[in-house]
Design a protein around this ligand. Structure first.
Ligand code: KIV
Ligand code: ZN
Length: 512
């Protein structure tokens, strides 16, 4: 059996199904370019039949990537497959990923179909997809709760119909590692013609076992892992890319298998995903959390000084975490900015660099040391968010122990300048009230968090908000040395994301 494990990244599809984590086409394209640099083998770019926005993003990504297979997800019907194919067909390596549920629960209550009907739909779908491209993956949704023999039968029929990958998902995150490994082994041993295809696994993290289940299945012979960066995804998320890749790399002595991932790209890509989606990585998250390489206890620090191997199983540099974080300052020039951004993985056009440089100078006036984290904010807020409807032009707040908190705000709304003022029960509340009034929006603030982007009293404040309006939920993120400005930026970013969702309805996602 081959020792190569293929990494199928679904950050842009299953990851985007994280509540509130929608990304616009520009953001998705940027991320896709970085995922290709990271070395993922397959990039699932979206679900083209779900919305025009998804179709457009998948199509743009397909046109852009050079080496990575670009997959479009589709249900097992002709209309969905046609949409997926039309979105990916111009890719260098197009792929169709079709799926249907196989568990009795899904058959009885969701699909209202018999096993025979499901089997036939799967075969028809794979055959049709295969008439369009040689790269076809078939997934048995809710596979982990499906009858094992039915799974083997449907996988065998899908392989016979032309599937090159068959995927066993733990859709609801129900499996336990030993059990999931047994299931993968059973499938490999009992599926007719299994040697003609690769067994893939796709786990969700409802019991916190997604990585463990994925590794257990790889141990049993699966050779593709479906993952997302930072483990984002539906409910408790998907298997996290960085955990699987670093486990395989770190435990070569136990699992001697290779991936094509350039591990030094892991941390920058993790940051980018967090910046774009607004989903902050928990500090104790394995591999990419802020504390993942921090040694607090004295006894640990002492050991680390004597020999890092005492307490460190991975080197921070391996995932692209540089120790020398100080980068640029007030006197740094355009060339230094371009080369540092390039090191961080951002290749900007001349026009984008000009805009980034202006923002960099503004920040360097307020803050002595401009760190990598600050540069990421400059790029993600200044360059990636070009299509936003609402932009903050001016903010003034007055607050204190003996004044009524008031905010004056000027916004650019699709090129039109509007101004207004309002009060609230604090400076942030008054800024939010004024922005809501000017934009004519009535969103509910579900969550508000503030943290520091780096150390030091001059660190930028990073704010995330979660907003809901008419049943739509969006996250917003903003950073600034002034936390009230950061809050206003986050709120406006959230409103822009809500506007995007209003104009790009995701019609079919809830059926997944
Ligand atoms: O979780 C799941 O079952 C999926 C499939 C579409 C592969 O995301
Ligand atoms: Zn999934």
């Amino acid at each position: 059996m081959s020792d190569r494990v293929y990494i199928f990244d679904t950050t842009l599809r299953d990851g985007e199904q994280s509540p509130g984590a929608s990304m616009n086409t520009n953001e998705k394209l940027r991320l896709a370019i970085r995922l290709e640099k990271l070395g993922v083998d397959v990039l699932e770019a979206g679900f083209p039949a779900a919305s025009e926005g998804d179709f457009d993003a998948v199509s743009k990504i397909a046109a852009k990537l050079e080496r990575t297979e670009v997959a479009g997800l589709c249900r097992a019907n002709k209309n969905d497959i046609d949409k997926a194919w039309n979105a990916v067909k111009h890719a260098k390596k197009p792929k169709i990923h079709t799926f249907i549920a196989t568990s009795d629960i899904h058959l009885e209550y969701k699909l209202k179909m018999s096993r025979e009907e499901v089997l036939q739909s799967a075969v028809d779908a794979v055959k049709y997809a295969r008439s369009l491209t040689d790269r076809v993956e078939f997934s048995a949704e809710d596979g982990s709760r499906s009858d094992r023999d039915f799974l083997c039968k449907i996988f065998g029929a899908a392989i016979e119909a032309g599937a090159t990958v068959v995927n066993l998902p733990d859709t609801v995150g129900y499996a336990i590692p030993g059990e999931f490994a047994e299931m993968a082994k059973y499938v490999i041993e009992h599926t007719p013609n299994m040697h003609k295809a690769i067994l893939s696994v796709h786990c969700h993290n409802d019991l916190g076992l997604a990585t463990a289940n994925t590794l257990a299945a790889i141990g049993a012979g699966a050779r593709q892992a479906e993952v997302t960066v930072n483990g984002i995804g539906e409910r408790a998320g998907n298997t996290s890319l960085e955990e699987v890749v670093m486990a395989l790399r770190t435990r070569q002595n136990y699992m001697p298998m290779q991936t094509g991932i350039v591990t030094e790209e892991i941390y920058p890509v993790s940051r980018l995903v967090s910046m774009i989606t607004g989903i902050i990585v928990q500090p104790n998250k394995a591999i990419v959390g802020a504390n993942a390489f921090a040694h607090e206890a004295g006894i640990h620090q002492d050991g680390m000084l004597k020999n890092p191997m005492t307490y460190e199983i991975m080197k921070p540099e391996t995932i692209g975490l540089s120790s020398g974080k100080l980068v640029l300052g007030k006197h740094s020039g355009r060339h230094a900015l371009r080369s540092r951004l390039k090191e961080l993985g951002y290749e900007l056009s001349d026009e984008e660099l000009n805009s980034a440089f202006t923002r960099f100078k503004e920040l360097a006036d307020k803050k002595k040391h401009v760190l990598d984290e600050d540069l990421e904010v400059i790029v993600t807020e200044g360059i990636l968010r070009t299509a936003e409807i609402f932009k903050l032009e001016y903010l003034h707040v007055s607050a204190g122990t003996s004044v009524m908190p008031m905010a004056s705000v000027e916004l650019d709304i699709s090129g039109r300048k509007v101004r207004g003022a309002d009060w609230g029960n604090g400076p942030i509340d008054s800024a939010f009230n004024t922005i809501a009034k000017l934009t004519g929006t009535e969103s509910e603030l579900l969550r508000f968090t503030v943290s520091a982007l780096s150390g030091g009293t001059d660190a930028q404040g990073e704010v995330t908000v979660r907003l809901r309006e008419n049943g739509l939920v969006a996250l917003g993120r903003g950073a600034d040395p002034d936390i009230i400005t950061a809050s206003a930026k986050a709120y406006i970013n959230g409103l822009n994301r809500l506007e995007y969702l209003k104009t790009h309805p995701i019609t079919d996602r809830q059926t997944l």
